[in-house]
Structure formats: C-alpha cells, structure tokens
Design a protein around this ligand. Structure first.
Ligand code: GLA
Length: 355
C-alpha cells in the first residue's frame, strides 16, 4: 500500500475514523494512528476504576498518557464511559455500611464529572456519558425487573435518575462537547426500542443528548437491513451517530442469525470447530463484512460523524480474553482492520477505493 493511502484522509468527506487505544499500546500504534486515524477513544483509561479508584482520590496517569500522545499527534479524543455498571469502585454505591442514597450518588457523579472535564475538556470532542443502561431481553414474569433499564447497582439504588444526573453534570462541565448515550445490540429491534425509550425519557427531562453511540460489536453476521433501519430510526430522533466500538468476532463468520448454538447445545462442538482454527475463508468473510459495513456507513454519512474500531490492529483485541462470545472458548481473534503486524488487511484497500 502506498504511503499516500490513508483511511482517515479518504474518509474526510464522510466521517472521522477512530480507534480505541490503551496506555500500554498507544506508543506501538503511533505510525498507524498517524496514517489512518483522526480520532481516538481511551479503552479503559477514563472509567471510574482508573480515574477515581476511591472517592475523592483522582488518578489520571493512565488517561494522561493517552491525552499526551493524542495531543502530540494532533488528534482529538472521544471520551468514553464514565457512568457504567462495570469498572466502577464499590465506593460509589456505599455510604459507610449502608447503601448510598440517590442524592449522594448524584453528588459523586457531579464531583467526578467536574474533575475529569476540568482536566480534559480542551481535547475532548464527544463523551459517551452513560454506557449500556438498557437491559438485555424481556424480564422474566414476576421478577419485578424493569422492562427498559438494566438492573445495575446504579439502577437499584437510584432508579433511572442516575442517567439524567450524569447527562446534566456533563452538560454543565463540558458544554461544548457532544454528549452521547452508548450501547450494544443497538440494532436488534427489542434493544433498539428500549434505547429509544431511554433517550426520549432523558430528553423529556430536559437533558441534552446529542448523539447515539452504536457499539457495533459483531458476534453474528451483521443484519445489514436492520443496521440501516436503526440508523434511520436514531437519526429521525435528531441524534448524531457515532459507530463507537466496531469489531467482528470470528463467530460472525458462522452465526447467520441471533439464534445461535450455545455451549451444551447438541451439535455445538461441530458447529464451532471451524472457527477454532481460523480459516482463510472465515477471515475473508470478516473482510467482506467490513466492506459492506463501510458501504452502509458511507451511505448515511449525513448523520454519521465518526466510525471507531475497538482497537487498532489484531495484536491487541479485547476479544482474545473475552472469548468467541459470552461463555464461549477463548482463542486468538482477528477482528480489526489491521493485522498483527500492523499491515492493512485487503478490506482497507477496498474501503479506501470505494470512498
Ligand atoms: C463494552 C464497553 C467498552 C469495553 C468493551 C470490552 O463494550 O463499552 O468500554 O469495555 O465492552 O472491551
């Protein structure tokens, strides 16, 4: 590939090209980032567990490492996922030995938001303010669980009001950045409906929600029609769209639909055998999926402002430790646009040529 080829330059007229980076890998990706990307997202470095491990004790070393590098490269940051049910210290939910009252949690969110915004505002253009607050599937009958919201610690203690508290605080301390709600399975009809309700309810309360973060982690062959429909539904709400965590598990090469076999199901071993040793054919399918997905994203570039992959190159991907899917075997995965040797995969050339 010629030195002149660049994903981010080829896509300047459509949207930004971003990647999630970590403090441990950003240096090794500097050349790739400079050539192909114009946005970065800290993978974990802005979550509570790393920025405020105990109440009032702020630790910014990890996030600083990413911001210092991004600044040097002239890249702005998509800041990611402070208010999330994962990677948050237990202190958030406690008041001494007792469970924390909602007001205390709102105060803590506000204090945290103020601190991170004061430190990073100049370099942040968008925030995933709240991550994954909708539930998966419908609640079991008699469970008493909410049909829309995830039964997280935040929700159990505050109801849905923690979400509005997070958006209000972010709006107050980061008035110039775009504020996003971010979630996964965002193109599955059931989940999409719950996300739409969550955002509408936030807006009814007067919260500023500028955009929807579509994670786009693919464990199933993408349902291209459902992706288009979802983009249209979110866009009709006046939301800007960012693809925030794009990657493609090997499972997507064999899962044709969401009705997939699970460990323990008859025939499961035969079913996953072919992904356990990644074949040229399955890697080629991932390649093709990328080309199709970018074709769709391009066709909605009037509403999509950024497409971020969840990692830069295949030598560092969360899927290696997460597994093929939930409760599935862990194997080396190849879910990104660049190889373990930091070379562009064939789809990169096609995606650039199609621009
Ligand atoms: C979710 C979160 C991300 C990241 C991934 C797994 O999608 O939004 O921050 O933790 O899971 O790496």
């Amino acid at each position: 590939m010629s030195e002149l080829l660049s994903l981010s330059k080829a896509y300047e007229k459509y949207f930004k090209i971003g990647a999630a980076v970590a403090r441990v890998n950003i240096d090794s990706y500097e050349d790739l980032l400079k050539q192909h990307f114009n946005s970065v997202t800290p993978e974990n470095e802005m979550k509570y567990i790393l920025t405020e491990p105990e109440e009032g004790r702020f630790t910014f070393d990890a996030a600083d490492k990413i911001f210092d590098t991004a600044r040097r490269m002239g890249i702005k940051v998509r800041a990611h996922a402070p208010v999330w049910h994962n990677q948050t210290g237990d202190w958030m939910y406690k008041d001494g030995d007792k469970p924390a009252a909602p007001e205390l949690i709102f105060e803590r969110i506000e204090a945290h938001t103020k601190a991170i915004c004061e430190r990073y505002n100049n370099d942040v253009y968008a925030w995933d303010v709240v991550n994954e607050a909708t539930r998966d599937g419908v609640p079991a009958e008699g469970s008493g669980e909410d049909p829309v919201y995830r039964s997280s610690e935040y929700f159990k203690l505050c109801g849905k009001d923690f979400i509005a508290a997070a958006f209000r605080a972010m709006d107050k301390y980061s008035p110039n950045a775009q504020l996003f709600y971010n979630d996964y399975s965002e193109c599955s009809p059931g989940k999409r409906e719950r996300i739409v309700r969550l955002i509408n309810e936030l807006r009814d309360k007067g919260c500023r929600v500028d955009g929807m973060g579509m994670q786009q982690h693919h464990f199933v062959k993408p349902d291209y029609d459902e992706i288009k429909r979802s983009i249209e539904i979110y866009a009709e709400m006046g939301l800007r769209l960012h693809v925030t965590e794009l990657d493609i598990s090997l499972m997507a090469a064999i899962n044709e639909s969401e009705k997939r076999l699970k460990p323990g199901d008859p025939g499961f071993a035969e079913y996953i055998r072919e992904v356990l040793v990644p074949s040229e054919e399955n890697l080629a399918k991932i390649n093709e999926m990328y080309v199709r997905l970018f074709e769709i994203y391009r066709s909605y570039s009037d509403v999509i402002d950024c497409v971020t992959t969840w990692g830069v190159a295949d030598d560092y991907t969360w899927l290696d430790t997460f597994g093929l899917d939930r409760d599935m075997p862990k194997i080396k995965q190849y879910p990104l646009l660049f190889t373990v040797d930091h070379q562009p995969k064939p789809c990169v050339r096609e995606i650039i040529d199609n621009a």
